[in-house]
Design a binder for this molecule. Sequence first.
Ligand code: ZN
Length: 88
Amino acid sequence: MPEKKPETACRVCGYDDGEILWGDHGFPLYVICSCCHNESGIGDDNLTQVRELRGHWVGQGAPWAEPCRRPENWDLLRQIQNIPEEWR
Ligand SMILES: [Zn+2]
């Protein structure tokens, strides 16, 4: 089995600033996403809920929780490609 990389991309929005969200053995580190404001371990440990959160967030116009962190040339669709495959 290949070693699983620690998860750094948000399961809901794909934002990845390199901070580890899910540690070894699948324990959440309760990190709040600067983009969609999801907290790892709260509501994003099940695919249905992740999709619901994502749908809600995108439905609001994909607002940034911390707009100052938003890159100038931010591209939602490009960011969404960071979402781990099993959470799409
Ligand atoms: Zn996020």
